[in-house]
Design a binder for this molecule. Structure first.
Ligand code: UD1
Length: 419
C-alpha cells in the first residue's frame, strides 16, 4: 500500500500537461467491442481504471498493443467470452458500460452487478429499463445481469433522471440496433460528445450528442477508427485549485476551457485571474486568499459533482462562509470529517456542507475514501502548515495520472512511499 506525504505551505507555480479524460476513454474502450476491426486511441490517460478496463476486455478475448507513438491499439472485435466477471467489475463501476455493446453485437451478455459504492447506492436500474425498451430480456440473479436480445430494436427512450453512463450504454447499444433510437433527457457531458465522435468515425449514424435529445440510426456493422481522447476537465480543474489554494499560478496545457465554464466561473468568483486560449488555461491567484464560494452540483453544463470535494478544500481556507450542496450523489461528503481533522470548520445539514473558512489548516494523517475526496485531501495538504499523510492512495490512481510528479513540477513537496 502506498501513502502520500505532503509538506504543505509551498506556493505552486508552473506548467502542467493535462491528460486525456478518464470518463471519455472508458466508454470509448468499451465501444471497441462494437467494431469489426481494431480502434486506435491516442491521449489515453495512464490510470488504474484504464488498466482495469483493458484487463476486462482481455479476459473476454480482446487484445491490445501499445504502439511506438504512445497510442493504444485495441482489438475487441472477436470476443470469446461474453461475461464481465465480478472480480474485475467490483473495482470499477464503469464496467457496466460493457453491457450495451456486448448485447448489441452478440445478442447476449452476462455482466456482474457493480455493487455498492462509497459515494452512494448508484443503482443501474435506468440502464436496464432502457435496454428493455430496446427489446432486451433481462434477468438479475446471483449478482449478475443476464441480458438477451436476438436483435435490439430502435425505440424512444425517456430517461426519468439524467444519467451519464446509462446515456452512453444506450448510445452504444443503439448504434447496432435495427431502426432509429431517440434518447430523451440524455446527459450532455463533453465525454458523451467524445464517445459519439468516435462512434461516428466507426460508421455510426448519430446526431444530437451534447444536447438532451440524441438520435441514433442503427447500422449493420461498425469499422475501426483512430481517435484522440478529449482532455480531462476534472483533472484540469483540480490543478487550477492546487494553484488557487496555495496563492500560486499555473498554466495548463492540453486543456479545454469550453467544457469547464462552471468551474472557471466559480474560481473567478473566488478571486482567481483566469485567461485561456483554445488549448491552455492560466490561473493566477497573485498570493491572495481565496473568497468562499457557494456551490450546487448538478448535471452538465452546470457545476460537476466530480469537482465538489476539491471546492470544499478551497472553501475550507477561504475568506468567508459558504454552502456546498451535493444534488447528484447521496453520500459524497466523506472528505468533510478528514478536512475537519486538519482544522477546517464545516457543519453538515442534509446534502449541504456549510464552511467557515479558517486562515490556516494544519497537517494531519488522513484516509482517502474515494477518488475525488482523495484529491481534496491532497489539495488541503498542499495548503496546510506541516506534514500531511494520505493513506489508500489507490483511489487517486484511478483518476489522476502521476499526481505527485505533476505537483512536484509545480514546486510541491510531495512524496509517495510504500508501507
Ligand atoms: C458518471 C461519471 C462520474 C460522475 C457522474 C455524475 C463516468 C465513468 N462516471 O457516473 O465520474 O460523478 O457521472 O456526473 O463517466 N442513477 C440511478 N439509476 C441508474 C443510473 C443512475 O438512480 O440506473 C442515479 C445515480 O445514483 C446518481 C444519478 O443517477 O444519483 C446520476 O448518476 P450517473 O450520471 O448515472 O453517474 P455515473 O454515470 O455512474
Amino acid at each position: 500500500m502506498y501513502k502520500l506525504i505532503i509538506k504543505g505551505g509551498k506556493t505552486l507555480n508552473g506548467t502542467v500537461n493535462i491528460a486525456g479524460s478518464k470518463n471519455a476513454a472508458l466508454p470509448i474502450l468499451f465501444a471497441s467491442i462494437l467494431a469489426d476491426e481494431p480502434i486506435k486511441l491516442s491521449n489515453t490517460p495512464h490510470l488504474s481504471d484504464i488498466s482495469t478496463t483493458l484487463r476486462l476486455l482481455m479476459d473476454m478475448g480482446g487484445e491490445f498493443i501499445l504502439e511506438s507513438d504512445g497510442s493504444l491499439s485495441v482489438d475487441s472485435s472477436k470476443l470469446t467470452k461474453l461475461t464481465a466477471e465480478y472480480d474485475l467489475v467490483k473495482t470499477m463501476r464503469a464496467s457496466i458500460l460493457s453491457l450495451g455493446p456486448i448485447l448489441a453485437k452478440y445478442g447476449e451478455a452476462k455482466i456482474s452487478l457493480p455493487g455498492g459504492c462509497s459515494i452512494g447506492t448508484r443503482p443501474v436500474n435506468l440502464h436496464l429499463k432502457a435496454l428493455k425498451d430496446l427489446g432486451a430480456k433481462i434477468e438479475v440473479k446471483n449478482g449478475y445481469i443476464y441480458a438477451t436480445a436476438k436483435k435490439l430494436i430502435g425505440n424512444d427512450i425517456h430517461f426519468e433522471q439524467v444519467t451519464v453512463t446509462a446515456t452512453e450504454n444506450i448510445l452504444m447499444a443503439a448504434t447496432l440496433a435495427q431502426g432509429t433510437t431517440t434518447i430523451h433527457n440524455a446527459a450532455q457531458e463533453p465525454e458523451i460528445i467524445d464517445l459519439a465522435n468516435c462512434l461516428i468515425k466507426m460508421g455510426a449514424k448519430i446526431s444530437g450528442a451534447g444536447t438532451s435529445v440524441i438520435t441514433i440510426k442503427g447500422v449493420s456493422n461498425l469499422s475501426g477508427a483512430s481517435h484522440t481522447v478529449c482532455p480531462d476537465r476534472i483533472e484540469a480543474g483540480t490543478y487550477l485549485i492546487a494553484a488557487a489554494i496555495t496563492g500560486g499560478k499555473v498554466i495548463l496545457k492540453n486543456a479545454q476551457h469550453r467544457s469547464m465554464r462552471a468551474i472557471i466561473s466559480k474560481l473567478t468568483e473566488a478571486g482567481a485571474e483566469i485567461e485561456f486560449d483554445k488549448t491552455s488555461i492560466t490561473l493566477d491567484m497573485k498570493g491572495k486568499r481565496p473568497k468562499a464560494v457557494n456551490i450546487k452540483t448538478s448535471t452538465y453544463p452546470n457545476f460537476p459533482t466530480d469537482m465538489q470535494a476539491q471546492f470544499c478544500a478551497l472553501n475550507s481556507i477561504a475568506d468567508g462562509q459558504a454552502t456546498v450542496t451535493e444534488s447528484i450523489f447521496e453520500n459524497r461528503f466523506m472528505h468533510i470529517p478528514e478536512l475537519t481533522r486538519m482544522g477546517a470548520q464545516f457543519s453538515l445539514e442534509g446534502n449541504t456542507a456549510i464552511s467557515k473558512g479558517v486562515k490556516l489548516l494544519t497537517g494531519a494523517n488522513l484516509m482517502a475514501t474515494d477518488l475525488r475526496a482523495s484529491a481534496s485531501l491532497v489539495l488541503a495538504g498542499l495548503a496546510a502548515q506541516g506534514t500531511t499523510t494520505i493513506e489508500r492512495v489507490y483511489h487517486l490512481d484511478r483518476g489522476y495520472e502521476t499526481i505527485e510528479e505533476k505537483l512536484k513540477l509545480l514546486g510541491a513537496d510531495i512524496q509517495r512511499i510504500q508501507d
